[in-house]
Design a protein around this ligand. Structure first.
Ligand code: MG
Length: 445
């Protein structure tokens, strides 16, 4: 298994999702030979919370991870949570976390304490770094970890994608040589600002640095796929590609493309929470499968556990087995009554049920009229925008432009009751159900 998570990559950033400014031939081929989900979601539109959901199958509220941890954060994902790596390890898989972790940097929270045999990468975001060329802040030096040891402090990020790709290939080669099944979690720090591409990709896309970075990520998948082929294991390997949240729009041309969806990272509009999701698994997933039923990253753990015939975690999880959707079973439907989008200290802001998206009244951040970033220097968001109780029909209106709540009072009432039930189950504040309390100063967004 190879699970690739890009950082802040938008729903519209890949050729197979309509992108025309730059090229993603390897990702497009992955979709052609596997399944592509049109309505796939992250659990929260921000790094740490989203990654907690990817790895545990739980809404971040349940496991007490909110927002984005910062270098001064003192908490992380609790050891009592079961991760995808622990599920894979329970079936004898060799496991590696490569790239960005962002679920706690103190020794007790590192990937090596969460089921990963190996960790090679950075403990949090690449912008929490004194070398950020466009937005320098007083961050401590950014460490690069090998296992639980800091082996260097990052000076230059140009080789990030190339180095993490090489390490993933190396891990796969070693696992195959040892005749072991493997699980690689390759969490690229790119295309999260500040952007960097290696010299062979800089200027190559003809679509600016952002395009160069995406083309290098695409080539990374190509290199991994070539290694799987060369080692004779491509037909036995599940590859998944997704993103942790939508584009960081305040970075202007250094941010991705939502493909026309509303808003971006840090909001529960579609541009923040809807991401690409592509999976290839020869013999299991029919080539050319396109899934439009809604699903979420929390579904990965139970779906993979079933595929491995591994037990589910002992503590309750929120994800559902979506094998039927993934494999393209005719008539397969979403197993969820509703998918929930919590944000800002765990408050429930929106939910998706079938074709419908309900926003509960909440404030959100947006770009000021006419103000756009230049050369990767971010602009300040306007945090004062507000949406009242609104219903959108995403089949007719994926851009969330026309509030149809008044036309569907019974449906709104039903969805509000669902939301109320979810808040009772998962809470609506800063304390996770079974994680530690999170102090406001401990996280960023
Ligand atoms: Mg992110």
């Amino acid at each position: 298994m190879v699970l690739i998570v890009a950082d802040d990559l938008g729903w519209g950033d890949l050729g197979c999702y309509g992108q025309r400014k730059w090229r993603t031939p390897h990702l497009d081929a992955l979709a052609e030979r596997g399944a592509r989900f049109t309505d796939f979601y992250v659990a929260q539109p921000v790094c740490s919370a989203s990654r907690a959901a990817i790895l545990t199958g739980c809404y971040p509220n349940r496991v007490g991870i909110q927002g984005a941890l910062v270098p001064s954060s003192l908490h992380g994902l609790a050891a009592s949570e079961t991760t995808l790596a622990e599920v894979a390890r329970s079936r004898g898989y060799a496991t590696a976390c490569i790239g960005k972790w962002h679920l706690g940097w103190q020794p007790q929270f590192l990937p090596t304490r969460q089921g990963f045999d190996e960790f090679f990468g950075i403990p949090y975001s690449n912008d929490m770094w004194p070398g950020h060329p466009e937005n320098p802040k007083d961050w401590p030096a950014l460490p690069l970890f090998e296992g639980e040891r800091v082996i260097e402090f990052v000076e230059d990020q140009s080789e990030f994608t190339a180095r993490y790709t090489a390490r993933a290939v190396d891990f796969i080669e070693r696992s195959v040589a040892q005749r072991r099944n493997f699980f690689v979690y390759l969490a690229h720090p790119m295309p999260h600002a500040p952007l960097f591409a290696s010299s062979s990709f800089r200027g190559r896309s003809g679509a600016g640095l952002y395009g160069d970075v995406i083309e290098e990520l695409d080539a990374s998948l190509g290199a991994i796929d070539a290694a799987l082929e060369r080692l004779g294991v491509a037909d036995d390997t599940l590859i998944v590609f997704t993103s942790d949240n939508g584009p960081w729009l305040s970075y202007g041309e250094h941010a991705g493309d939502t493909g026309g969806l509303r808003e971006g990272k840090g909001t529960t509009f579609e541009g923040g929470v809807r991401v690409p999701f592509i999976a290839r698994w020869p013999g299991r997933i029919r080539a050319g499968t396109v899934v439009s039923e809604p699903a979420m990253t929390i579904d990965l753990l139970p779906t993979i556990a079933r595929a491995l015939d591994a037990p589910l975690p002992p503590l309750p999880i929120d994800g559902c087995d979506i094998t039927a959707l993934l494999t393209g079973e005719p008539g397969a439907r979403s197993p969820h009554d509703a998918l929930l989008f919590h944000y800002h200290a765990g408050h429930l802001e929106a939910l998706r049920a079938g074709r419908w998206k309900l926003h509960l009244p909440h404030s959100y951040r947006t770009l000021r009229e006419g103000e756009r970033a230049r050369d990767g220097v971010p602009v300040e968001y306007d945090y004062g925008a507000r949406i009242e109780l609104s219903l959108f029909d995403l089949e007719d209106d994926p851009g969330e432009t026309r509030n149809v709540a008044a036309e569907h009072p019974a449906l709104v009432e039903r969805l509000c009751a669902l939301a109320e039930r979810a808040v009772q189950e998962l809470g609506d504040g800063s304390r996770g159900l079974r994680g530690s309390a999170v102090r406001a100063a401990d996280v960023a967004d």
